[in-house]
Design a binder for this molecule. Structure first.
Ligand code: NAD
Length: 484
């Protein structure tokens, strides 16, 4: 993509790149300059999803019968293809999503690593044998579930889809992929890489569009399993649609606390909090949105956080000195502004400048509120933007109580030198992810990922671990007695 040449995108159905049946389109735009169109994509509806599932049904037997070694080689070749296109993908991600170059570079380099990880899963042993009557056998085999629907958000537009498409394809499923309408180009690039790696065109369908396309994916009874990452409200709507008969995996919103105890080093703690809160412009599901500090260091830590926030540079991700890119969409900017108003109206104290950026992009200044209390909406609701609510705690016990006082359960961090208190926190935290002396963000690719409470269905972990491949496989128990 040269800077000013918008991409003309397409759906990928039955091995063909085609427009939406209705001919409708939508644009993805550069959040640093929304007048600049990054690409035009099909605005798909139920007809397109139906056609995609029809085609996937035809291809499913052949792909399921493809030897695991071949599936592994395809994922490895797709990883190599992504690596060969890395500089272009970084530029496109910066333009389409608004990440800084450093953030985009990290994601673009990680996605091929994911695909290689799942390539290895394709050939890992799957079944078990069980004690049986002598001369007989009882054993299990793992089979593909069938057709996997993957509905994904925009904040990691390559990485999150890769950790769904990778294991789904490794297990021999066909995939119906519906990327976010904010980052359709990234979705298309991932499918292009898989096809370039040798994936048969019939094994994957790409359907671009918004919520209507996503809802059609979830509603189609022939989609055997739906894996979704996104907001809690949408996730719950999908859960209702999928119903009890089909498999579902939902990873959703968060309201992640970082607890800082009195023995923590103030400067290290401030750096950790600022990284967790304002990295990705606050648009990470594991981002720090609550800072819970014990009384004795509250004021010193707030001052250190504010000093670091002052040094953040908000601007277009293409500019080398920028550390906080624009928000991804006009809706994100509206939500950020609305919650800054709400915080002020609720009586929290805004400690950062309250100015609207007039440059025309979706830029948002990092906001830090102190005197935030558990009843406030800025403490209870996911904002998914650069807003940090600071809560004061009497001691470590109250800090833990405040940390858990949320319907969400994604990630939580504690910063302390006291290992015993840290371990107490780790076991009492009602979250799927706990970080000790690390930001709430930044997870390893080779460890299980997923939330508790309203952040997840908790059905299957993503990314790694024992239950990860189980989502994409059915297990059949076979009893065998050779005929005499
Ligand atoms: P979103 O829920 O608005 O959209 C996610 C996807 O769902 C998009 O592809 C969208 O088009 C689709 N969609 C929208 N309405 C739908 C409907 N009714 N039926 C089916 N599909 C529908 O979320 P978003 O704004 O793209 O992403 C931000 C959210 O994602 C935040 O809440 C964040 O916490 C969450 N998130 C969670 C994780 C995690 O692993 N837990 C990771 C990243 C982001």
């Amino acid at each position: 993509m040269t800077e000013h040449t918008p991409v003309i995108g397409a759906n990928h159905i039955d091995g063909q790149w085609i427009p939406a049946a209705s001919g409708a389109t939508f644009d993805s735009v550069d959040p640093a300059d929304p007048s600049r169109v990054v690409g035009t994509f099909p605005d798909s509806g139920a007809d397109d999803v139906r056609a995609a599932v029809d085609a996937l049904e035809k291809s499913a037997p052949e792909w399921a019968a493809t030897p695991p070694e071949r599936r592994a080689r395809i994922l490895e070749a797709a990883a190599a293809e992504l690596e060969s296109r890395a500089p272009q993908l970084v530029e496109e991600m910066v333009r389409e999503e608004g990440k800084t170059r450093a953030e985009a570079t990290m994601e673009v380099s990680r996605t091929p690593m994911n695909l290689r990880f799942y390539a290895a899963e394709a050939v890992r042993a799957g079944g078990s044998t069980y004690p049986a009557t002598p001369g007989s056998m009882v054993y299990t085999v793992r089979e593909p579930v069938g057709c996997v629907g993957a509905i994904t958000p925009w904040n990691f537009p390559l990485n999150i889809p890769s950790r769904k498409l990778g294991p789904a394809l490794a297990a021999g499923n066909t995939v119906l992929f519906k990327p976010s309408e904010i980052t359709p180009l990234m979705g298309q690039r991932l499918v292009e890489a898989l096809l370039a790696g040798g994936l048969p065109g019939g094994a994957i369908a790409l359907v671009q569009g918004g919520g209507a396309a996503g809802a059609a994916v979830a509603a189609d009874e022939r989609v055997d399993a739906v894996t979704f990452t996104g907001s809690t409200d949408v996730g719950h709507a999908i859960h209702r649609q999928v119903g009890p008969q089909r498999r579902v995996q939902l990873e959703m919103g968060g309201k992640n606390p970082t607890v800082v105890l009195g023995d923590a080093d103030i400067e290290t703690a401030a750096a950790t909090v600022v990284k967790g809160a304002f990295g990705l412009s606050g648009q990470a599901c594991t981002g720090t949105s609550r800072l819970i500090v014990v009384d004795e260091i509250h004021d010193a830590l707030v001052d250190a956080v504010l000093a670091r926030v002052e040094k953040l540079v908000v601007g277009a991700g293409v500019d080398a000195d920028v550390t906080v890119g624009p928000l991804a969409s006009a809706a994100q900017l509206r939500k950020y502004r609305e919650y800054v108003e709400i915080g002020v109206a609720e009586g929290a104290v805004l400690r950062t400048p309250r100015v609207d950026d007039e440059r025309g992009g979706y830029f948002a200044l990092p906001a830090v509120f102190t005197d935030a209390t558990p009843d406030m909406r800025i403490v209870r609701e996911e904002i998914f933007g650069p807003v940090l609510a600071v809560q004061r705690a009497r001691d470590h016990a109250e800090a833990l109580e405040l940390a858990n006082a949320t319907r969400f359960g994604m990630s939580a961090a504690i910063l302390t030198r006291d290992l015993q208190r840290a371990m107490e926190f780790a076991s009492a935290s009602q979250t799927g992810l706990v970080k000790i002396n690390q930001p709430t963000t930044g997870m390893a690719m080779n460890a299980p990922f997923g939330g508790y409470k309203a952040s997840s269905t908790q059905t299957f972990k993503e990314q790694a671990g024992a239950s990860m491949m189980q989502f994409y496989q059915s297990e059949k128990t076979i009893y065998l007695t050779p005929a005499g």
